[in-house]
Ligand binder design. Structure first.
Ligand code: PDD
Length: 287
């Protein structure tokens, strides 16, 4: 699933992956100076495409990188066709960096941004059945986690730490409250009320998070965009992760605490997983 693709799109051309080369002076390589999106595509339709492109636009704006986004759509279609994925389910990775320039901290003038995209087969058309084991770890990241940027060392180190503890994901804690996870958002449920960290500069406002909040409204479930304390998190009835590739995954274990026995997720989590599957099949709503 997460292998190398055979082909990638790089700066205007679809190339064999082995032929696709980026300068060592690309600011993405030197500074992590770039932004990205991960999207899924089902039956030839990109899931929440408008919302993903809106977030990409906002990320570009926040890092002051001007890029003609209209130019992405046609090459993306061409890439999916070239990879024989235009009518199959796949995930798409798209990255824009500030391009190649002498290594100076100041933003360079008149550089061509680097656009790289690839797609891989991905089947997300069933509920994520993995009962997640997560560990709480300090959120070491900077204060602009709302930007979907390629400098992910804080996320990667937290995830590696979780893996070393045989957990699936790291739940990040800043100033005593849960923010999000290393590559997903977190929701908690208590007495049929959902809690998730507000979409401020301390988390990435996940597209899946946004869909879940919308689905909660439809299911008449109340959501409080309020941070949950580190200890309070362990008192909750249910907890789950959301993300483009994670989808909605129930958390079974956080640190030594078990939210449930066996393999059956909590009722609110299951209801949302079901609603999410239906949403995904509804081509008029996933625009
Ligand atoms: N990660 N929070 C963080 C830190 C993330 O990296 C992600 C996504 C999310 C969930 O966002 P969304 O629902 O839009 O996928 C939350 C992607 C998938 C990644 O880096 O691979």
């Amino acid at each position: 699933m997460y292998d190398f693709p055979d082909k990638v799109f790089l700066n205007g051309a679809i190339l064999a992956t082995s032929e696709a080369k980026v300068s060592v002076f690309d600011r993405g390589f030197l500074f992590g100076d770039g932004v990205y999106e991960v999207m899924t595509c089902y039956r030839g339709q990109i899931f929440c495409k408008e919302t993903h492109f809106q977030r990409l636009y906002e990320s570009l704006k926040k890092i002051n990188l001007s890029f003609a986004m209209d130019g992405i759509h046609e090459p993306l279609d061409d890439l999916l066709q070239a990879c024989d994925l235009d009518d199959k389910d796949c995930m798409i990775y798209l990255q824009i960096t500030r391009g190649v320039a002498p290594r100076k901290h100041a933003f360079p003038k008149n550089t061509m941004p680097t656009l790289m995209m690839y797609a891989l087969p991905f089947s997300g058309l069933e509920v994520n059945q993995t009962p997640m084991h997560v560990v709480q770890l300090p959120d070491y990241r900077w204060h602009r986690c709302d930007i979907k940027m390629t400098s992910l060392l804080g996320n990667v180190m937290s995830h590696a730490n979780a893996k070393e503890q045989n957990a699936h994901e790291a739940i990040l804690v800043r100033n005593g409250v849960v923010t999000e996870a290393s590559h997903s958002n977190v929701f908690f449920v208590r007495d049929d009320l959902l809690y998730t960290h507000p979409a401020n500069e301390l988390i990435l406002n996940g597209i899946t998070r946004q869909v879940v909040i919308r689905l909660c409204k439809e299911l008449k479930l109340k959501v409080r965009e309020e941070a949950v304390g580190k200890a309070e998190a362990l008192q909750m009835d249910e907890a789950f992760l959301t993300g483009t590739t994670t989808r909605i995954a129930s958390i079974k274990q956080m640190d030594a605490h078990l939210f449930y026995q066996g393999d059956e997720a909590g009722t609110v989590t299951k209801a949302l997983q079901e609603a999410f599957l239906n949403f995904q099949f509804d081509s008029s709503r996933v625009k």
